[in-house]
Design a binder for this molecule. Structure first.
Ligand code: MG
Length: 263
């Protein structure tokens, strides 16, 4: 059944204001990512992230959201999203970890994610990271006036499935603004009836979650963490993008940093 989306469009001034939440979110993600190494716990990464967000004058956007306890979601290997930071989760050489984080600045919310290798990883995992990042860029590129909502998922799914990967269905991207999750849902797969026209002023978080094997998921015992059903690894990349009169612009960037997130 088709749901009518209540998409809150942002003015040019509002999009300008959102850039600061985006900048802080991108900066802390990069800095936390640069500290990933074998032996560190996801709780240490969480504390680091919260401190960095507050140093920038932001508020951790994830902390307390729906009762989530952390400032990051830390999802290792077969964990897809929503991993709770823990002193008991110690990163090991060969792991991959999705860090999803965001900052609220001046009442605007930022949200972004990146999957990082821990030390040397297998060629199989590296390929999954490369392709999932490519899926994200394709999704961002589809965020254009004149396109439709389902062009985003079509672009992501086309690349992922050409590599034999599974596209997660149950968790999706989203509109974003004064709150983290606004309408619409932004699926990473093609849904014919999701043909809402994309227009100037829309701001979405586009976040492919791509699995090495099956697209099917399993919810962990803590009620938060989402795993792949077959135990194979999953990757997750996310950026916020706004459609302006001059085309799409990515909000979760640092103007002074050459690379999108990680060196
Ligand atoms: Mg998001």
């Amino acid at each position: 059944m088709k749901r009518k989306w209540n998409i809150i469009k942002k003015s040019p001034a509002e999009i300008e204001a959102m850039k600061e939440a985006g900048r802080v979110s991108a900066k802390v993600l990069r800095e936390v990512g640069s500290r990933i190494e074998p032996g560190i716990s996801t709780l240490e990464l969480d504390h680091m992230c919260e401190m960095l967000i507050r140093l920038e004058g932001g508020i951790p956007a994830f902390k307390g959201l729906y009762g989530f306890p952390g400032s990051i979601c830390a999802s290792v290997n077969d964990a897809i999203v929503h991993g709770i930071p823990s002193a008991d989760v110690i990163l090991q050489e060969g792991d991959i970890i999705s860090i999803d984080t965001g900052a609220t600045v001046d009442g605007w919310v930022g949200d972004n994610a990146w999957t990082f290798p821990v030390g040397a990883i297998s060629a199989e995992k590296q390929a999954l990271l490369d392709v999932t990042e490519e899926c994200m860029w394709a999704g961002l590129d589809a965020m254009r006036e004149g396109n439709r909502l389902n062009d985003i998922g079509k672009a992501v799914q086309g690349i992922a499935e050409a590599h034999g990967y599974g596209v997660v269905r149950e968790y999706v991207g989203h509109g974003i603004g004064r709150v983290m999750h606004e309408d619409p849902n932004v699926p990473n797969y093609y849904i014919k009836h999701e043909n809402t026209p994309l227009e100037v002023g829309m701001v979405f978080a586009i976040e492919p979650m791509i699995n090495l094997g099956t697209h099917k998921t399993r919810l962990g015992d803590d009620g938060w963490i989402v795993y792949t059903a077959d135990g194979l690894p999953s990757a997750h990349f996310e950026k916020m993008v706004a459609i302006t009169e001059n085309g799409p612009i990515i909000l979760t960037t640092e103007p002074d940093h050459k690379r999108p997130v990680n060196d």
